[in-house]
Write a protein that binds this ligand. Structure first.
Ligand code: FMN
Length: 192
């Protein structure tokens, strides 16, 4: 039976009109067309408290953090669109990763991250969030995620999308779609 990669797609932003949510949707749709099963999630739907060691000791890992971790575990690869905040990772993405990295009883360390990821970012700024991607790439590599080499940063994101959520620049649209397709191809090679 042929292998169907399972991919989890999300943005590191909870904003309703998030450019990164639009961007990851383009890659997710392309990954679906390339033969994978994609689960798209919105971190807004699974709010987690700020990581606090005392809260963890007293109440354990919060339900939504467990839910996020279970989603990571249930998928072979991730598509992440990461906004840049002050040249770095957004708090919401870092916090979700921090909670998911906490071991639950009987679980191998960092089990939910031993997957694959491909990265993208959209920002109204002139660098499109490139500096943030450097941080996200390094962080994920350090927790045993294999981060694929290709990434795309969309500059002037407030002008980049049409009303259907597609990128106005066909070359840019194609490069984001390629990120989705490439992740599927790598997963099929590695796990198929
Ligand atoms: C606290 C904060 C810091 C930001 N820092 C940067 C930055 O360093 N570089 C940049 O290009 N944009 C920066 N921005 C702008 C974000 O890229 C922009 O708000 C973007 O739309 C956020 O992503 P989203 O549309 O997916 O929510 C910052 C925004 C906020 C709120």
């Amino acid at each position: 039976m042929s292998y169907t990669p399972k991919i989890l797609a999300f943005a590191g932003s909870t904003r309703k009109e998030s450019f990164n949510k639009k961007l990851v949707k383009i890659a997710a749709d392309a990954a679906r067309r390339a033969g994978s099963e994609v689960t798209s999630i919105d971190l807004r739907d699974i709010p987690m408290p700020l990581y606090d060691g005392d809260l963890e000791t007293e109440q354990g890992v919060p339900e939504n953090a467990k839910k996020f971790k279970a989603l990571l575990l249930a998928h072979d690869g991730f598509l992440i669109s990461a906004p840049e905040y002050n040249s770095s990772i957004s708090g919401v993405l870092k916090n979700a990763i921090d909670w998911a990295s906490r071991p639950l009883p009987g679980e191998a360390p960092l089990a939910c991250f031993a997957g694959k990821v491909t990265l993208m970012s959209a920002s109204p700024g002139a660098l499109g969030g490139l500096r943030g991607l450097v941080v996200v790439r390094s962080l994920l590599s350090n927790i045993r995620v294999i981060v694929l080499p290709d990434q795309v940063a969309v500059v002037k994101a407030h002008e980049a999308f049409d009303i259907d959520g597609k990128l106005k620049d066909p070359k840019q649209q194609a490069s984001i779609e390629a990120l989705g397709r490439d992740l599927v191809a790598v997963l099929k090679k590695l796990k198929g």
